[in-house]
Design a protein around this ligand. Structure first.
Ligand code: GTP
Length: 396
């Protein structure tokens, strides 16, 4: 059930096959079990100038062909930047991911490029507003789909220089409303040295302009296993829709040049695997939590500050969150108990059925043995009768 999204229309979700393993089965056990019970929702927005390879990259990132033309494009009533949320259902080893990709074609195409960020911010806010209304409605308990943007991948042109004004302005605005992950587009067009230098410049610019990016600006104690991934921010990524042949006969996703092949899945060639690991394995839950506890709270505070109720609201808000957390924990516990009860019932049922089968097997075996011994007895008597008959015939 989608919350009321005003002018934004969401196409219904479609199941999509993976072209190669995505890695969702590597989620920590606890999260894996949770995700098996209820599919996880990940809403990713992509923003960047036209032609930077955003669509190609999303196909590559999620190992599927999300450009499938049979997916109905829902006409939007929004102006300028054409924001198109499209839903996909991905499944791997029983782990389900409901993925919503929000493309923003048209961004950066207009004369006044700064205006292009407005519809994007409006879209993000509209999702918070819809969630806010839904939370207070009776439909909420029945399960409203979370359409809030969990991560925004911002594509930076591989110029090798510093960030452009448009990038700085957009990143400043976006980062106040969502978790922004900067990526360098078409990483295959830069040498390793150029990439290192460009990443350094981008990080310096981000610091200079005080732009908070994910994950650096949102510290978490639970990131011991992420050191390697964090070293690669901003991720230099590349995309490819086709498979290329390697000299050893292997087929891989990549881009073939006269001088050689750049492989998408090779960490020595680009940072795709690191970004995928961050999004799908390491930070899948953290991004959703952050979108709720940080950005959505920010939205609610902004909203109430407008009518001067922020202070009292924040206190109510904390209470409300505690209540919601309690309800959620209670619900999770009840679900676990129900699951355990059903498991026990199932085990008992299997046990009873097995006992029953064994008992019937025994009865059948006994019946068979009895029939066999009767048969043997009858055969013996026939043999005796035959013998007697033969003797009588011989005497005559
Ligand atoms: P819009 O839909 O106009 O916003 O473009 P986009 O950002 O979605 O770019 P798209 O994926 O359509 O790719 C544009 C062109 O760049 C295509 O010709 C792709 O083949 C090419 N391309 C995509 N990704 C890469 C990449 O990683 N490296 C290189 N060299 N080219 C790429």
């Amino acid at each position: 059930l989608f919350p009321d999204l005003g002018p934004y229309k969401h196409a219904p979700a479609r199941a999509f096959p993976l072209t190669s393993p995505l890695g969702m089965d590597q989620l920590p056990r606890q999260k894996h079990l949770k995700t098996k019970r209820k599919p996880f929702q990940l809403n990713v927005m992509v923003v960047g100038e036209s032609g930077l390879g955003k669509s190609t990259f999303m196909n590559t990132l999620f190992c599927t062909d999300l450009n499938d033309t049979s997916v109905p494009k829902v006409p939007q009533d929004t102006k300028t930047v054409d924001i198109t949320p499209v839903h996909f259902e991905l499944e791997e080893e029983g782990v389900k991911l409901n993925l919503c990709l929000i493309d923003t074609p048209g961004f950066g195409d207009r004369l006044d490029r700064k205006e292009d960020v407005k519809p994007i911010l409006e879209y993000i806010d509209k999702q918070y507003a819809a969630y806010y209304d839904a939370e207070r409605s009776s439909e909420f308990r029945r399960g409203i789909i979370d359409t809030r943007v969990h991560a925004c991948l911002y594509f930076i042109s591989p110029t090798g220089h510093s960030l452009k004004d448009l990038d700085v302005e957009t990143l400043k605005e976006l980062s106040t409303q969502v978790s922004v992950i900067p990526v360098i587009a078409k990483g295959d067009t830069m040498t390793d040295e150029e990439k290192v230098l460009f990443k350094k410049r981008i990080l310096e610019d981000l610091e200079h302009y005080n732009i908070p990016i994910y994950p650096h600006a949102y510290p978490d104690d639970d990131r011991d296993d992420m050191e390697e991934t964090l070293k690669h921010v901003p991720f230099a990524v590349m995309g490819s829709d086709s498979l290329v042949d390697l000299p050893n006969g292997e087929k891989v996703r990549g881009r073939a040049y006269r001088w050689g092949t750049v492989e998408v899945e090779n960490p020595a060639h680009c940072d795709m695997v690191h970004l995928r690991e961050l999004l799908i394995i390491q930070c899948l839950h953290e991004l959703a939590d952050l979108s709720h506890h940080h950005h959505y709270h920010g939205y609610r505070t902004r909203l109430l500050r407008q009518d001067g109720r922020a202070e009292s609201f924040m206190r109510c808000d904390e209470q409300y969150d505690e209540e919601m957390e309690k309800l959620k924990t209670g619900h999770d516990q009840a679900m676990s108990q129900r699951e355990e009860k059903m498991r026990q019932q199932f085990v008992e049922l299997v046990q009873t059925t097995e006992d029953d089968i064994r008992r019937r097997e025994r009865e059948l075996q006994e019946k068979r043995d009895k029939m066999m011994s009767d048969l043997e007895e009858q055969q013996k008597q026939i043999a005796l009768l035959e013998q007697e008959l033969n003797q009588k015939l011989t005497i005559r």
